[in-house]
Design a protein around this ligand. Structure first.
Ligand SMILES: [Zn+2]
Ligand SMILES: [Zn+2]
Length: 156
């Protein structure tokens, strides 16, 4: 796969993803609705080692239902949210907000989660699995991605 690139709205922050995301999903939880100002977020989970970023960013820690919290990282100039890290898991991954990819149309969610809080007018695609709360990645991620993650954890 050719590297995927992306960045913020003002162009000062640019990133490059050297390998395909491990998995991409749409999250309909109320936290994601609020921080995006939209109906849901599209999140691509990627290996930290595959992610290169240039430009000044800031971050803020926000609460999650688990109590562990998560950090959202955004452009220091225009405040576009670019990626986040959840503290509940210590896996060597981070999550890119997929709307920031230059070619976001190449990224398609492989699952819809937290559909309990989904906006009532949104219609779920029939060919994509959906979950009322979080998903079990062993049931949703491609085997290659599970294998890659296991390797990353073993080496971390
Ligand atoms: Zn910016
Ligand atoms: Zn969410």
């Amino acid at each position: 796969m050719a590297a995927l690139t992306g960045g913020c709205a003002c162009g000062r922050v640019r990133y490059r993803l050297n390998e395909a995301p491990l998995f991409t999903y749409a999250c309909h939880c109320t936290d994601c609705q609020r921080t995006t100002g939209s109906a849901f977020v599209i999140h691509s989970t990627v290996a930290r080692q595959d992610f290169e970023i240039e430009g000044e960013t800031r971050s803020v820690m926000l609460p999650t239902d688990s109590g562990a919290g998560y950090d959202i990282h955004f452009c220091a100039n225009c405040s576009t949210y670019i990626w986040c890290i959840y503290h509940m898991r210590s896996d060597p991954v981070l999550i890119i907000r997929a709307g920031t990819f230059d070619d976001a149309a190449k990224i398609k969610p492989g699952a819809h989660i937290f559909t309990d809080s989904m906006q009532p007018w949104f219609r779920l695609p029939e060919d994509v699995p959906s979950f009322q709360a979080a998903f079990d990645r062993n049931l949703t991620w491609p085997v290659e991605s599970l294998d890659k993650l296991a390797g990353l954890i073993a080496r971390a």
